[in-house]
Every structure is written in C-alpha cells, then in structure tokens.
Design a protein around this ligand. Structure first.
Ligand SMILES: NC(=O)c1ccc[n+]([C@@H]2O[C@H](COP(=O)([O-])OP(=O)(O)OC[C@H]3O[C@@H](n4cnc5c(N)ncnc54)[C@H](O)[C@@H]3O)[C@@H](O)[C@H]2O)c1
Length: 357
C-alpha cells in the first residue's frame, strides 16, 4: 500500500512534492493552493489530472488522502493542521508550528486527540553534519553539553514588504526570533536528555536598515534561553542584515569535554572540533549539509535534509514510532521564540516559557 499524500501550499511544498511523489511508499494524489496557476504548473510536473487540484481545503481533505503536507504561510498552520488532525489525517507540517502560543497549544491538543500522527518538518535537524554531530554527542565525546549557540541570518527583505508600493506579505508580521526552530531544532536535538527551555529573554526591537518598521524588519534579535537543567542557549536571528548567499546558518555546541562548530557562511563548510584527551588542538571537520554519498534526487534542496526528513516521517508511520518532532517537541521549538519576542517588547525582561508535562 502506498500512502496517498496531499500537499497544501505548493510553493515550498514543491520540494516535498518530489520527495513524497517518488519511491514505493508514497504517491501524490492531491494538491491544494489558492493560486490556480501554481496548481496547474505543479500538476503538470507530477503528471496529475486537474481533478487532483483543489482550491477548497475541505474538499482536498476529503479526497482520500492519508497524509497532509502543510506548506502554507505560518498564520494558516493552526486552522489547517487542526482540521486535518480532526479528520484523522497524518500531518507533516512546515515550520514553525504556529504563530501564536494559543495556536501551538491548539495543535498540540488536536494531535493528542487525533488518530493521525503530527510531525513538524524541522529539516535542519536532518542536515548531514548535524546527524554526524549527534553520533559524537551520543558517544560521549563532548561530555555533558552545557552551552550552545546558533545564528540564522538570512536577508529576505524582498519577502518581507514591498517598500516601493507598501504591499505587505505574510512574513511582514513575523518577528525574526519567531522563526527560531532552524536554530533551536538542531541544538535541542543534540542536547536531548529530556531537557527543555523554561525561561527566555531577548534584545532587539528597533530597525535602522529598512525604512518602515514592521515586526519582520527589526534589524536583529538575540535571545537567551535557560533550560530546565540549567543549560544556556543563545540565538541570533535577522531577516534584513546583509550577508551574501549562502546565508548564515551557524551552530556551536560546548560540553564539559570539548566543542563542535560549523563555519558561518558556507553550507558545505569546514568546521572545527576539539575533544579533550583526543585532540591536541582544534581539528578541522567537514560540516556538509549534504550527504555526499546520497543519490542525486535526494540532494534537491537544503542539502539532503528535505529528502531525509520525508523518509523519516514515512519510517515513523510504517513502524508505528512516535516522531522525534511530535507535537510536544514542535511546541518546545516554536514557543520559546514567541516568548522571546514578547520579552524584547517588554524591555528585555526574563519570561517563563510554558511547558506541558
Ligand atoms: N523548512 C524550510 O527550510 C522552509 C523554507 C521555506 C519556507 N518554509 C515554510 O514553508 C511554508 C510556506 O512558505 P513559502 O516560502 O512557500 O511561502 P509562500 O508565500 O512563497 O507560498 C505559500 C503558498 O501557499 C499558498 N497559500 C497561501 N494561503 C493559502 C491557503 N489558505 N490555502 C491554500 N494555499 C495557500 C500560496 O498561494 C502559495 O502558493 C511556511 O510555513 C514557511 O515557514 C520552510
């Protein structure tokens, strides 16, 4: 039996269209978007009839699909994910979980009640080098991780607001630190240990680089997080700071016996490691987002992470496993950013981050 997969939001969803649309385990049977032209182009690419294209989300959900890939703008995630879960569908949802604390809570509750499985598609955890780092951590080379930091600096001014016409888009209203799961995902997955964030503060509530002030045009936000077990985490996020492509995706992880870090700006980068008692000095290591030995079709976007995470989700369904990125972890990777922005707005105060036992 092949899983019948429907994709809502065919822009970013186009990447998963290819990964779920090939192989023996799944096939694309329905597409949904508000833009008919985009639907028609994707349907042609996947050799789907026009009957497989929907602009009505409810009709799309009722078309016999098993899995819904939610790739619409974040403000739509809450309603679309909850509705799919209520209908017992498996949901593979783009990041972040939702744009409000209430939305994340609602999705979490719907997932607990549903016969379907929810997973947030935080693909950066599946970068090849992060998976390699996980092996070092599990083998004890770092000792106990006690501090980590990450930066995701991506100049996407053209996606935030059209400064000439004043036209706004969905990202216009997204503060940089709200989009924190690309940073927190790999870090919290490496820490593991049942730990989670309990407190947040942040700086950054001004813009100097883009003429109009919108939540998204804040120059940069830097958040500090404290975990239940006393670990410190620092995240820097900007959507306007000029960095050349490939943009900055940086992680460093410090433990009681050493550290790991990648290069800030080269996605197939050389990073460094130092393991006390093993390395005499800092040692260069490959930090490729791509698994260079993977098949060419697996290298379609974000290194091999999109392909790997799609397969991981199908594995979880096939073997009845709870995904790492289930509704609880999705909540823990999304809500700290929402609280951190609130902390910045309140004047850099420390705020509690909600957690469900
Ligand atoms: N994981 C990653 O690396 C990554 C990369 C890019 C985007 N994203 C996520 O993917 C999602 C989509 O981002 P994007 O860049 O494709 O946005 P986008 O604005 O480029 O495209 C959104 C698409 O959804 C459609 N759409 C909008 N509202 C809809 C609705 N109510 N019902 C059906 N279709 C609707 C639009 O017509 C458009 O085709 C977001 O959640 C974003 O955070 C993740």
């Amino acid at each position: 039996m092949k899983y019948k997969v429907g994709i809502v939001g065919v822009s970013r969803g186009g990447s998963y269209m290819h990964h779920f649309g090939r192989g023996t385990r799944s096939e694309i049977t329905a597409l949904c978007d508000l833009k008919e032209a985009s639907l028609a182009a994707c349907a042609e690419e996947m050799h789907l009839p026009k009957e497989a294209c929907y602009t009505d989300y409810e009709a799309f959900l009722d078309s016999g699909i098993d899995i819904v890939v939610v790739s619409t703008p974040i403000p739509f995630h809450e309603e679309q994910v909850v509705r799919a879960l209520e209908k017992g569908k498996h949901v593979f949802s783009e990041v972040t979980m939702a744009n409000t604390l209430e939305g994340c809570t609602r999705i979490r509750e719907a997932a607990k009640r549903s016969a379907g499985t929810y997973m947030m598609a935080e693909n950066y955890i599946f970068f090849h080098f992060i998976q390699e780092w996980k092996k070092y951590v599990e083998a004890g080379y770092l000792g106990r991780i006690h501090y980590a930091e990450a930066e995701y600096i991506h100049n996407i001014r053209n996606l935030l607001v059209d400064t000439a016409s004043g036209e706004t888009f969905w990202r216009t209203y997204r503060p940089p630190i709200h989009y924190c799961s690309h940073c927190l995902g790999p870090i919290m997955a490496l820490i593991g240990d049942g730990d989670y964030i309990v407190k947040a503060t942040a700086s950054g509530n001004k813009n100097t680089m883009v003429s109009d002030f919108w939540p998204s045009t804040i120059d940069i936000q830097v958040a500090l997080f404290e975990t239940k077990q006393g670990r410190g985490i620092k995240i820097a996020r900007s959507q306007v700071t000029p960095v050349p492509e490939p943009h900055t995706v940086y992680y460093s992880v410090y433990g009681t016996k050493g550290f790991l870090e990648n290069d800030r700006q080269h996605h197939e980068s050389v990073g460094h490691r130092y393991f006390e008692g093993i390395d005499k000095e800092t040692v260069p290591i490959n930090c490729y987002q791509t698994d260079v030995f993977a098949a060419e079709y697996a290298k379609k976007s974000h290194g091999t992470s999109d392909y790997t995470i799609a397969n991981y989700f199908l594995d979880c369904l096939d073997f009845g496993r709870t995904p790492l990125l289930n509704e609880d972890f999705a909540f823990e990777l999304t809500v700290p950013g929402i609280i951190a922005h609130e902390a910045a707005c309140q004047g850099n105060v420390w705020l509690d981050v909600p957690h469900f036992e």
